[in-house]
Ligand binder design. Sequence first.
Ligand code: B12
Length: 309
Amino acid sequence: MAFDLTPAYVSTNSAAKALGVSVSTVKRWVDDGVLPAQKTAGGHRKLLRADVRELARRGDLPHLDLSYLGDSAGRNREAQPVPAELAEQLYRALHAGAVERSRTLIHGAFRRGLSIELLADQAIRPAMERIGRDWEKGRIDVMEEHRASQICAATLYELKATLEQRASKNRPLAIGGAPPMDLAVLPALLAEMVLIDAGWDAINLGSNTPFPSLARAITELRPRLLWLSVCHLANDRDFRDFIHGYRELYQQAEKAGVAVAIGGRAVVESLRAKIPYTTHGDGLSHLAAFARTLHRPPSRPRRGRPCKT
Ligand code: B12
């Protein structure tokens, strides 16, 4: 049997960030014996990752963020929620209009390590699809559908603020949104969050954005990437207008050297056959993967790794 003799330590600083408390609080917990610690030859405290995780599990710590414990994926894998279960719970909470429960589920999933793209593709999308089906079958009213969208959007704006706080300074810029007549909010908002989480500075121009305004954003903001979430093209006329406006936009993007990522429910094969694009994806995991090929953010420094004694 093989034993791993290398203990996985983290610094007081990383532990503080992971537990969502100040460094002095962590030091006090160490002094009080709440959190076991050893000292390096240089007199620094070193904490076992497993002890920090255990404290996280036991304690009532509202600002917990185990991503700071810095495992290989940057987040705590063991505790990750199962997306299908999360989708089911989220659907129930959204269906019932349970604001706090929905918030807890979304924020909790992120804190426990679910990436924004998985949250989008495997939890929010299926939950909202079921809400959409309920509406289609007359089981719920537009009231419930709008309420569910509002709860999601409000919670995602909160989460976006968290992503912005931890973003680094020098990031490439992406701009995007939904095209004219498309009123969906969540897909473009989630695309923006996926890009921020992938190390980009992202500006979402939101739903129903005219093509000339997207073109102006290319000229004035000089992004490296433009994303478009196309969720609804109501009829043949909308379809034709979209193709016309989009082609002009694409030409301008190409001239400016801007990559164009397109996706959304309305980007069906018959539409894709008629338009150019740099990349298309069925889900936001595709967008994240593409964004990583254009820009790889520096990995989070492994602060506080003790020198070998
Ligand atoms: C919420 C909602 C609305 C809201 C949107 C408000 C808001 N705040 O967002 C409102 C009330 C505006 C609305 C209106 C309408 N809606 Co509606 N709506 C929905 C609903 C329930 C959820 C959509 C959603 O937010 N999903 C969550 C997001 C995250 O998922 P997503 O859109 O699928 O996005 C994923 C992918 O497409 C992809 N993706 C998205 N963007 C991008 C971008 C890139 C670059 C990449 C790579 C990938 C990508 O990744 C995302 C995450 O996995 C859907 C049901 C459903 N099946 O989706 C119906 C649905 C889309 N709506 C529908 C309809 C019919 C309408 C209306 C025509 C109703 C009416 N009669 O007025 C209008 C049209 C309005 C318009 N012009 O846009 C139908 C569409 C049917 C069809 N044939 O396409 C649906 C499917 C409901 C149904 N089952 O019938 N709707």
